[in-house]
Design a protein around this ligand. Structure first.
Ligand code: PLP
Length: 409
């Protein structure tokens, strides 16, 4: 007899995107001529930049030549990329990292999910609410969530991020072992300042907690008080793992590359109370279960850091941030309340008083022909909000906003 991991049966089916699609399909059927603009997707629309494409072509050529062909690479990633990552993303901000503290992967989602492999099932997990659903579901899969009741998991500590606390989570009353923080945030598009993040680092240091810091949207930071890396905060190397991605930074959503930083100073305990460094555990896990990111993809990621690559990448980021600013200004002009969009490609729109997320979604679809994502789909504290993304094409973004400004809500 074969037994399954029963925890998988506890997973809640996410109806969010299927419900959105069902509503859009029904609307399209009734209104075949309507030009629908999609502002719900979290995927990019700009192509890879010329520097990246050139690097890909060159790497492909190398793979076709016996003298330059590469087979299995280092599981942790090639040094040529790790050196660039350390130099450009950390050293430039005064953060020193060794080569073996950076692990290249096939995108942040994999490691955000896999990191649980090296952590005890008994850890108590805290998440901000609303949240990127991967953090919750991967903990459900590994049995850390408890049972699902009234829209919440019994063993997960929810840290509400609402208008009233300016979307800054309060330090928890019950002490978590593992704390997921994502800044700039998906879905709210909001950030923590250096002072606010320091409170979390200090909390983790005082309580022996581990922070899993997801900074997939780091490239969108424009304000100086917002830290780009958690390691800008003193002492963070002893309590935090950082996850980064080339997906939204350089359009790698389809190419797949990211990296995880696990400082050697970071330790956790065995059941018996002995301190163990997480870096070698993760290295062991990767060497056993992962055979490395493709060579050509790592060459493409390396090109993001070239002079030309950096210039082009910045242009793309500016393009999305300009979209975000068009959305923010337009919504405000329409008398709506919106957050985010300054250091992130997401805008968190408050629904008018008395209107819930789905009601506003329906009205936007039927009256403006715009598709967004209902905030409640990201967790209970997302009720009363919608997420709009700035990843669309400029002309679509402008048109969508013109429609909203003209809209008689
Ligand atoms: N983290 C957050 C907060 C995200 O929104 C996403 C993707 O949407 C990811 C991680 C995953 O990114 P990747 O494409 O690198 O797997």
């Amino acid at each position: 007899m074969v037994y399954i991991n029963d925890h998988f049966l506890q997973l809640q089916t996410s109806y969010l995107f299927s419900d959105i699609n069902r509503k859009v399909t029904a609307f399209r059927k009734e209104n075949p001529d309507a030009r629908i603009i999609r502002m719900g997707i979290g995927d990019v629309s700009r192509p890879l930049t010329p520097a990246v494409i050139t690097a890909l072509h060159q790497a492909v050529e190398e793979m076709g030549n016996a003298d330059t062909f590469r087979g299995y690479g280092p599981e942790q990633g090639y040094e040529f990329l790790i050196e660039r990552i350390i130099q450009h993303d950390y050293k430039s901000r005064g953060i020193e990292l060794d080569l073996d503290e950076v692990f290249v992967n096939d995108g942040a989602k994999s490691d955000l999910g896999n990191i649980g492999d090296i952590l005890s099932q008994n850890n108590r997990v805290a998440i901000t609410d609303p949240v990127y659903p991967v953090y919750i579901d991967t903990n459900v899969m590994s049995g850390r969530s408890g049972t699902f009741c009234d829209g919440q998991w019994s063993d997960i500590i929810y840290l509400p991020c609402e208008r009233d606390n300016h979307f800054v989570p309060k330090l928890p009353d019950v002490c978590p072992d593992v704390i997921y923080l994502c800044y700039p945030n998906n879905p709210t598009g909001t950030t923590l300042t250096r002072t606010e993040l320091k409170q979390w680092v200090d909390y983790a240091r005082n309580h022996g907690s581990l922070i899993l810091f997801d900074s997939a949207y780091e490239a969108y930071i424009t304000e100086s008080e917002v830290p780009h890396s958690i390691y800008e905060i003193q002492g963070a190397k002893e309590v935090a793992i950082e996850f980064r991605s080339f997906s939204k930074t350089a359009g790698f959503t389809g190419l797949r590359c990211g990296y995880t930083v696990i400082p050697k100073a970071l330790k956790a305990r065995t059941k018996g109370g002995q301190e163990v460094a997480l870096n070698p555990l993760w290295n062991r896990r990767q060497c056993t279960k992962f055979n490395g990111t493709p060579y050509i993809v790592q060459r493409a990621a390396e090109a993001v850091y070239s002079e030309q690559g950096e210039k082009e990448t910045l242009e793309t980021i500016k393009y999305y941030l300009t979209n975000a600013s068009i959305v923010r200004k337009g919504l405000e002009e329409a008398g709506l309340e919106a957050y985010g969009g300054v250091n992130a490609p997401y805008i968190w729109l408050k629904t008018p008083e008395g209107m819930d997320s789905w009601k506003m979604f329906d009205r936007l679809l039927h009256e403006c022909h715009i598709v967004c994502t209902p905030g409640v789909g990201f967790g209970p504290s997302g009720e009363g909000f919608l997420r709009l993304t700035a990843f669309g094409r400029r002309e679509d973004t402008e048109e969508a906003i013109e429609r909203i400004v003209r809209w008689n809500i």
